[in-house]
Design a protein around this ligand. Structure first.
Ligand code: AMP
Ligand code: MG
Length: 410
């Protein structure tokens, strides 16, 4: 079977998935989700003119002659903490002691910082600086005007967006639904982490906890479908349940060309499934298809391959389903910290590396260094990586060569 290029494979998968329908969710649950409609401010922020400083609300005209040597003396007629509506206006020759966030009282048009004043008994203040109209006054709508679009559809909501939406009283927001992802491990050799001691030939099921973590980290909600033995009918049964309850399904193992590759056989029974050999190392085998409207990713069993395949294919697709526009991890150029040796084999090699920013000696940029053993079963070296170095087909790279790295952070 001809190897499928990485970019074509990823593009085909992204073309096959679409954003999930819009739902209203409480603001507190919306971080990481994508707006499905514009949010228009229904009230101005701030809602009223208020002071940006602790100080005195004054009439700017009263301070025209003020200086350090000849301060102006104003009568203090009231005190305004934040949260209290003003009841006393500021007349000529008057001031009101005012705290940050308190509404500007009628008559006042500027605030003098408390640091530029000196209290003169209970009822007066000496102002040692000229105030200009509007000094330290936050105007209503200065952040957002009523009727203004706060955020457009497609905005990915982060913590600051949540703050802004709270400031305009948006208790719920219309977003693309969080994807529910089912995660299934397969393999007769596998023992769950709480499954007791290993018998001869057994290993721990490490992919399922890892894929659950990867899927959660991508912003999805995970349904743990458990561990299936190598039995085609059993796997078909679990998948049938999964297609009825999940928006997407990830399986691990059983998609190679071995005699025991039951996931491939089980997925074949549902039809509409493509099985590919991608021109990459690790993570060459991949099953992908849409079954009953549900995208399913048959990821390879080797733990490093499973993670790489998730990063390259499943994560972008899951993010697209959640309405993300930019779904790819960032790629940057880095300098090889050492030689990356390889042989021509028609594949892009994705070496797990640590990328660091270096500054100095008239050069600054990213430097990429291998995190160790690159075998597809050695997950510990992958845990130390923060990027994949994309080593093109050929004889590898010399120390100091440029290399494209895909960062494992957004
Ligand atoms: P398979 O693709 O099922 O032939 O698996 C390839 C390799 O990955 C074998 O060495 C399996 O034992 C290993 N493997 C498969 N699934 C898992 C898993 N969930 N956790 C750890 N290793 C696995
Ligand atoms: Mg297997």
């Amino acid at each position: 079977m001809a190897l499928a290029p990485l970019d074509d494979t990823r593009a085909a998968i992204l073309a096959a998935v679409t954003p999930l329908p819009a739902v209203d969710v409480p603001l507190a649950d919306a971080v990481g989700l994508v707006l499905a409609a514009d949010v228009v401010a229904t009230e101005p922020v701030p809602p009223f003119a208020n002071t940006a400083m602790d100080g005195y609300a004054v009439r700017a005209a009263d301070t025209e002659s003020a200086s350090d040597d000849a301060p102006v003396r104003l009568r203090v007629v009231d005190e305004l903490p934040a949260g209290r509506a003003p009841s006393t206006p500021v007349g000529a020759g008057e001031a009101i002691r005012i705290m940050t966030g308190a509404p500007m009282p009628d008559g006042a048009d500027a605030v003098v910082m408390v640091e530029r004043t000196q209290r003169d008994g209970d009822n007066a203040v000496l102002v040692g600086a000229v105030a200009q109209t509007g000094d330290h006054v936050r105007r209503p709508g200065g952040d957002l005007e009523a009727g203004e679009t706060a955020f457009a559809a497609g905005t990915v909501l982060g913590p600051a967006h949540v703050g802004v939406l709270a400031s305009i009283g948006a208790a719920t927001v219309r977003v693309h639904r969080r994807v529910r992802v089912g995660v299934l491990s397969t393999g007769d050799e596998l023992v769950p982490i709480d499954g007791g001691a290993l018998a001869p030939g057994q290993i721990r099921d490490s992919n399922r906890p890892m894929l659950v973590a990867l899927a959660r980290d991508a912003g999805t909600e995970v349904v743990d479908l458990g561990l299936a033995r190598d039995d085609e009918d059993f796997i078909v049964g679990v998948l049938e349940q999964a297609f009825a309850t999940c928006d997407a399904v990830l399986t691990s193992g059983g998609v190679s060309v071995g005699d025991y590759d039951f996931v491939k056989a089980a997925l074949d029974r549902f039809g509409a499934l493509e099985w590919r050999q991608v021109a990459i190392k690790p993570a060459k085998p991949l099953a992908f298809g849409i079954v009953q409207g549900v995208p399913v990713f048959g990821l390879p069993g080797n733990p490093v391959s499973s993670l790489v395949s998730f990063e390259l294919f499943a994560r972008p697709a899951l993010r697209r389903m959640m309405g993300y526009d930019g779904v790819r991890r960032p790629e940057v150029r880095a300098r090889a910290a050492h030689a990356f040796r390889r042989r021509p084999d028609g594949k892009i090699h994705l070496d797990r590396v640590r990328v660091e920013w270096r500054d100095g000696d008239g050069w600054s940029g990213y430097v990429a260094a291998s995190t160790g053993d690159q075998a597809s079963n050695v997950l510990s070296a992958t845990a130390a990586a923060n990027a994949f170095a994309l080593i093109p087909d050929g004889d590898g790279l010399a120390e100091g060569d440029d290399v494209t790295v895909m960062l494992l952070t957004d």
